[in-house]
Design a protein around this ligand. Structure first.
Ligand SMILES: Cc1ncc(COP(=O)(O)O)c(C=O)c1O
Length: 404
């Protein structure tokens, strides 16, 4: 497993080390790096978060309590706050007897625990192609390389066209779990309600779990799908993280809503893995979600964010179309990314990313790592407050490609 992990590093984490070198030794490079590779929001968290943290620091007794371990599945006040947040901000009822909530140290960590709870050696995980690159690595590492991955293609002829009817062909008697991300990474697509419900129907009939990764739900550019708010269906695992929605990826706090029996298994696994998620992050977020007024402020912050990100997505798409007319993009419906077929310029996406980094100091992510060779992913979240940098990046690429 160690050798596998070293030989198959995370592309995004690798790019981060290049960025760190650019920042530490700018003199080595001809121009300032424009970083459009990783999905980290540039805009700050909502002000209520800072207020909540300040209150916590000023209340000595509460601060001291926040330094302690919490129960593995989360501090009871935090779990209550999450149910309130789901109802008030997302319109979702978390039901007493049918749903259980468990907190985790980020959704990456919590997803891994669910993988362990759902799969045994020899079992299969079904992922969309394209899909978020870390699922494959973590399933292989957590499953000690004894889990098989299958890919369900959802982009055909440059169109996002997931076909639930076709899904059954990818399910075997060893398939245990399917992961869907909506809005998607890297594709920026929001799965329509009827298709997603169709996916759940097929999975229910075949007896498999569906994890819905909602990491980007606060960045839906159009109308939000009903599955953001309707009650959880029996075979659904709702994976929610504060990393993107509250712009706190470094706080490492997420939660899942799932079947109570499954959550008890995950809880037992998490006792061995993490003991508990950060108590400080839980206490601060509990305060930020404590009153209706704060919850309303958070919803307003998300709505303003959706508009801002939609605007920058549009601007990015336009700049891309002008700079790379032979590229074929998907028009993003949500999230942080513009995903496009760049094979007319260079079919090997890793080679192309390296070339653009070396020649024009623009960092993009290779589609190969997301299951789509020839495609590139441009993350506009790191420049959402300074979108002129996207235009500059595209101008650098345009000038380079025309001289190439
Ligand atoms: C689809 C998706 N899920 C999960 C994560 C990781 O989230 P967390 O910070 O909660 O581990 C990311 C991060 O980029 C992501 O793109």
């Amino acid at each position: 497993v160690g050798r596998y992990a070293v030989e198959n590093p995370s592309a995004i984490r690798e790019i981060m080390s290049v960025v760190a070198d650019f920042e530490k030794h700018p003199e080595k490079y001809p121009r300032k790096l424009i970083y459009l590779a990783g999905g980290w929001p540039q805009d700050p968290p909502p002000p209520v978060l800072r207020e909540a943290l300040r209150e916590l620091v000023e209340d000595e007794a509460a601060f001291n309590l926040a330094a302690r371990y919490t129960p593995t599945k989360g501090d009871p006040d935090f779990l209550e706050a999450v149910a309130r947040y789901e109802r008030s901000v997302w319109g979702r009822e978390v039901r007493e007897s049918e749903d259980a909530i468990i907190a985790g140290a980020g959704s990456t960590e919590l997803t891994a625990a669910f993988m362990m709870a759902c799969m045994d050696p020899g079992d299969e995980l079904l992922l969309t192609a394209p899909g978020y690159l870390n699922y494959k690595r973590q399933a292989e590492i957590e499953g000690l390389l004894k889990v098989r991955i299958r890919w369900w293609p959802v982009i055909k002829d440059h169109e996002y066209a997931p076909d639930p009817g076709e899904l059954a062909d990818y399910i075997t008697d060893r398939t245990r779990l399917l992961i869907i991300t909506s809005p998607g990474n890297p594709d920026g697509m929001v799965m329509p309600d009827d298709l997603y419900e169709g996916v759940l129907d097929v999975a229910e009939e075949k007896g498999i779990w569906v994890m819905l990764d909602l990491a980007y739900r606060a960045y839906c550019f159009g109308e939000e799908p009903r599955y953001f708010s309707r009650p959880r269906r029996p075979n659904e695992i709702l994976m929610c993280t504060f990393s993107k929605e509250l712009r706190t990826p470094g706080w490492r706090l997420a939660y899942a809503i799932a079947e109570p029996e499954l959550v008890s298994v995950v809880n037992a696994i998490e006792q061995a893995r993490v003991l508990c998620p950060s108590g400080l992050a839980q206490k601060a977020i509990t305060r930020a979600l404590a009153t209706e007024e704060r919850l309303r402020a958070i919803r307003a912050y998300y709505d303003a964010g959706r508009k801002k990100y939609a605007r920058v997505a549009g601007l990015t798409l336009k700049a891309l179309e002008e700079a790379m007319p032979k590229a074929v993009p998907l028009e993003p419906q949500g999230g942080f990314y513009v995903f496009f077929d760049a094979s007319a310029y260079e079919p090997r996406s890793k080679v192309f990313c390296r070339e653009l980094l070396n020649e024009v100091q623009v960092a993009l992510a290779p589609g190969k790592d997301f299951g789509m060779e020839g495609w590139l992913r441009l993350a506009f979240a790191p420049v959402v407050e300074t979108p002129e940098l996207v235009e500059e990046a595209m101008e650098r690429i345009r000038a380079y490609l025309s001289s190439r």
